[in-house]
Design a protein around this ligand. Structure first.
Ligand code: GUN
Ligand code: ZN
Length: 431
């Protein structure tokens, strides 16, 4: 069945950081033709209706049709400890995160939280995510199975740790390698699923484990690799103590073969000039996690500077260090951090970071993250007047950006009228 979705269509023909806001293409009365899960055509509503008279019409009026949001760094096992009070990174990990992650030895718990977190993502308009699982291989299976049941394009990996964490979460260099390799064979490239090689961060991996995972990545260069980098100053000082021979935090990863195209570094706030240049040169990507960076007290990410230097950046929730499941809320926090650093990010830039930018960091931008012919029809329909507070501001707007910005700053899951995965509107709570 072909379906023609009518509404305001927002898509990107370029990068609004380099090409300006006009990189966004807005069709006030536009249409997207969906055929067998793919986007078959895009254009003005009238022309599209004439060209495709046999398609079933779905008219969303003034609502915005966009690619679904892409969350390029999150921890699904931390859904249950989101909004835990009063700690900074290392204490937050010890007090809240590690005890919760230990519970994922229980496959029933893993399955329940995987389903819950994917259903929360969908209801917030997030169609693809890249998640850390726990160190238990079963936690990866649970997430991949739940994503498969929902038809979602997701990425995930077993979080490898062999020191500075509770025994119940620690593996060894050999187990990290063997279990990750078995999970790659089971899940990588199965339908819409990708496996991500995942050392948690330098403090919780011995040199031998980082070396083993570097070797694994060299054997599977088509898998992405994700880890954390330079999130808090105490963490950076700890890394310097643990790896005294390294030039800086990024150099630890580079020494073990964990820097290159396909690497996704979470946070990357307190970077030296050498690290910034090296990230760009290596073709690595960075996940900006703004609600986490303010919530855990990490610092102010230099979006304007890093993008001007050519670094690939995507937006992420970092659930549950992040304080919201919403990519709208994440855009708002990114805007506020930009303001604190003296740069007002344009709504086109914020929306791009949550769609095309995040997809690019994950290497899935050929499939999702934008509305274009031949891409997968992972789409959202956004109500630009979803609450009375937003509606009264939107009513005064003189252009689309002014109409959209109140939803970026004040919107949440109430703004998401519909989420479509491969063309099909989601029924929440699939198996
Ligand atoms: N650094 C190492 N592990 C984590 C984590 O789970 N969350 C965040 N925000 N930072 C980390
Ligand atoms: Zn994280």
């Amino acid at each position: 069945m072909m379906e023609l979705l009518l509404g305001q269509v927002l898509r990107f023909a370029g990068d609004p950081f380099t090409d300006g806001p006009d990189a966004a293409r807005i069709e006030r009365r536009g249409a997207v033709l969906i055929d067998r899960g793919m986007i078959r055509a895009v254009g003005p509503a009238d022309e599209m209706r004439t060209a495709w008279p046999q398609a079933t019409l779905r008219d969303y009026g003034q609502a915005l049709i966009s690619a679904g949001f892409i969350d390029c760094h999150m921890h699904y096992p931390q859904a249950g400890i989101i909004a835990s009070w009063g700690k900074q990174l290392i204490d937050w990990l010890e007090q809240y995160t590690f005890p919760e992650e230990i519970r994922f030895a229980d496959k029933c718990h893993a399955r329940a939280v995987a389903r819950l977190s994917l259903d929360l993502a969908l209801s917030h308009g997030t169609t693809s995510l890249c998640s850390y699982a726990t160190s238990h291989p079963g936690s990866v299976d649970a997430f991949m199975q739940a994503a498969q049941a929902r038809g979602m394009r997701v990425l995930a990996g077993k979080t490898c740790m062999d020191r500075n964490a509770p025994d119940a979460l620690c593996d060894t260099p050999a187990r990290a390698y063997d279990e990750s390799k078995a999970l790659i064979a089971r899940w990588h490239g199965q339908g819409r699923l990708s496996y991500v090689i995942t050392p948690r961060f330098a403090p919780t991996s011995s040199p031998a484990q980082l070396e083993a995972l570097g070797a694994l990545w060299a054997e599977h260069p088509d898998c992405p690799m994700q880890t954390h980098l330079s999130e808090q100053t105490d963490e950076i000082a700890w890394v310097a103590e643990l790896f005294p021979q390294a030039r800086d935090y990024l150099d630890v990863y580079e020494q073990f073969g964990l820097l290159g195209h396909g690497a996704i570094f979470g946070h990357a706030i307190h970077l030296t000039p050498r690290e910034r240049a090296r990230l760009v040169e290596a073709g690595a990507g960075v996940a900006h996690c703004p609600t986490s960076n303010t919530f855990i007290g990490s610092g102010l990410f230099d979006m304007a500077g890093l993008r001007a230097e050519g670094l690939a950046v995507g937006l992420a929730t970092d659930t549950g260090g992040g304080s919201s499941f919403s990519m709208l809320r994440s855009m708002a926090a990114a805007y506020e951090i930009g303001q604190l650093r003296g740069t007002a990010l344009h709504p086109a830039q914020l929306w791009w970071l949550a769609t095309v930018g995040a997809a690019r960091v994950l290497g899935i931008d050929g499939h999702v993250g934008n509305i274009a012919v031949g891409m997968e029809a992972d789409l959202i329909v956004v109500d630009l007047a979803s609450t009375p507070a937003i509606a009264q501001r939107e009513a005064r707007a003189e252009d689309l950006w002014e109409a959209l910005f109140p939803t970026i700053m004040m919107g949440d899951d109430r703004a998401i009228l519909e989420t479509r995965i491969a063309g099909r509107a989601c029924a929440p709570a699939a198996g």
